[in-house]
Ligand binder design. Structure first.
Ligand code: 5RP
Length: 241
């Protein structure tokens, strides 16, 4: 393994090693980076006899949990989680995030909101000073299907630079979320006030959930190109080895 994949693996392993302890209920995020974290968690269960339960944030996360023979649970049985570990598309200096590149931000935000701690693992490409600087595809916004046209118009009126209905890759038509909704990607350029923008977007009728995660993450692990892992916390907004 080399390059970006190695960086993802290192970051995810570091997050799992530092934050998952015996007896914990763990929220499992979605995407290619957390997949390495699930493999590491399964290793620790085998090697250390760790007892954990895992709550997924998507169909993909559920598959990861079951394929790695980890105990699967849900928010009905575990409405309070000790930690949620997830990936991100972009992370700013204050640990605000853009998520939803994989279209799972709604369940990811619900699970994160039920966890005492949200920890993010990402490769070096996700590190950014301000949201919207590196991730140019736009903020993923899950919407109720009947509302997608008026919501797109409202986003344009809010001065979004690009507004796109996300289309499926191997099927004609739109990408349909795990919740049966659609996704609009809206790029607002560099975002100066993520909390304000999130509140504005949440105020549009038909918006289910945005990919802006403001003030939720407590620590981010970045896998670097040179094989090191750096971290960022809200208290030390700079990077430390
Ligand atoms: O938010 C997500 C899915 O909705 C993912 O966590 C995010 O897209 C990062 O994915 P990857 O680890 O594959 O880069």
């Amino acid at each position: 393994m080399a390059g970006v994949e190695k960086a993802k693996d290192l970051a995810a392993r570091a997050a799992v090693d530092e934050f998952v302890k015996d007896g914990m209920a763990v929220g499992i995020g979605s995407g290619s980076t957390i997949a390495y974290g699930v493999v590491r968690l399964a290793e620790r269960v085998k090697e250390e006899g760790l007892k954990v339960v895992c709550v997924p944030t998507s169909f993909q996360a559920k598959q990861l949990i079951t394929e790695n023979n980890l105990p699967l649970s849900d928010l009905e049985n575990h409405p309070q989680l000790d930690v949620a570990i997830d990936g991100a598309d972009e992370v700013d200096d204050d640990l605000n995030l853009i998520k939803g590149g994989g279209g799972c931000q709604t369940q990811e935000k619900i699970v994160a909101s039920c966890a005492k701690t949200l920890v993010i693992c990402a490769d070096y490409r996700k590190d950014s000073k301000a949201l919207g600087e590196a991730w140019l595809k736009g903020i993923p916004i899950e919407v109720i299907p009947i509302a997608y046209v008026p919501i797109m118009a409202k986003l344009k009126a809010m001065s979004a630079e690009t507004v796109t209905l996300r289309m499926a890759k191997a099927k004609a038509g739109p990408c349909v979320t795990d919740n049966g909704n659609l996704i609009i990607d809206a790029h607002f350029g560099q975002i100066k006030d993520p909390a304000k923008l999130e509140a504005q977007l949440n105020g549009i009728p038909g918006v289910v959930c945005t990919g802006l995660f403001v003030g939720m993450a407590v620590k981010v692990f970045f896998g670097q190109e040179d094989g090191s892992v750096t971290t960022r916390t809200p208290r030390n907004a700079g990077l430390s080895a």
